[in-house]
Design a protein around this ligand. Structure first.
Ligand code: APR
Length: 233
């Protein structure tokens, strides 16, 4: 591996958690766990049918108790601990498998299932159990808690920190994401623009494959540990 690599940014998507047993978003039927994304993943859906949206995320949150990190999450956590340079894992996933594997330098750009967000005051709080519509915020006291999920049309979290890391990156790696959703799908171009090496690990070529210097096709549980071994060699 190139000894000039010091600062690494890693983007992960649903494909890294697929082998843990969590469904990806864009399955062959185009549905996410039986729902169209616009029915459960937009601010309009939340105001139109809060019971459906809350129940949908309650089910996803409950499912977390049945799954565990796989070798891909574990390898990234090992890299996070061992890598002496800057490293940032940016995940689009709302599961908690990266942190359960031990990753620390991590941003959940699309929110987290195990968090509730107050739509009135903006306070976020850890949330493990079901989140009934109308739950009370312990900050402002309003009945305004919603799943802490970045819906389509909302601004992803920590974009400034992500952009800063991308502009300092010597290497950008994208793992298990279809490249269908911006701004994450554009990170490769930002990184390439500053001269970073760009590598994609995915089961199939993503929508943005052409922007990567190198694409390796296969299961994340095999490709990620292999990449981490190379980087730490
Ligand atoms: N190993 C590697 N890649 C895999 C694996 C695997 N075992 N299984 C599936 N994949 C790949 C698929 O080939 C696909 O390209 O993972 C990708 C998953 O794509 P999506 O389902 O579109 O998930 P993602 O890219 O994370 O979606 C982005 O869209 O709906 C929104 O906010 C949601 O964060 C999500 C965003």
């Amino acid at each position: 591996m190139n000894p000039d690599i010091r600062n690494i940014v890693i983007l992960t998507g649903a494909g890294i958690s697929a082998e843990s047993g969590l469904a990806t978003f864009r399955g062959p039927d185009g549905l996410w766990e039986g729902h169209r994304v616009e029915d459960v993943c937009t601010p309009e859906a939340l105001s139109r049918d809060p019971l459906l949206v809350h129940r949908f995320y309650d089910e996803r949150r409950a499912k977390l108790t049945e799954v565990v990190p796989n070798p891909a999450h574990e390898a990234l956590a090992m890299l996070d601990h061992a890598w002496p340079g800057d490293l940032l894992i940016v995940t689009q996933n709302v599961d908690d498998l990266h942190e359960r594997a031990g990753a620390r330098r991590l941003i959940h750009m699309h929110g987290e299932l195990r968090s509730a967000l107050c739509a009135a005051c903006g306070k976020a709080m850890p949330w493990e159990k079901a989140l009934p519509s109308g739950s009370i915020c312990d900050g402002c006291g309003k009945a305004a808690l919603r799943p802490d999920i970045v819906f389509f049309g909302e601004m992803p979290y920590q974009m400034d920190a992500i952009d800063t890391a991308l502009r300092r990156a010597d290497m950008f790696v994208s793992i298990g994401t279809s490249g269908a959703v911006y701004p994450a799908a554009g990170f490769v171009q930002t990184a390439a623009h500053v001269g970073a090496r760009t590598l994609e690990l995915n089961l199939d070529p993503s929508a943005g494959s052409i922007y990567f210097e190198e694409t390796r096709l296969g299961a994340a549980s095999l490709l990620v540990p292999e990449m981490v071994r190379d980087l730490l060699a």
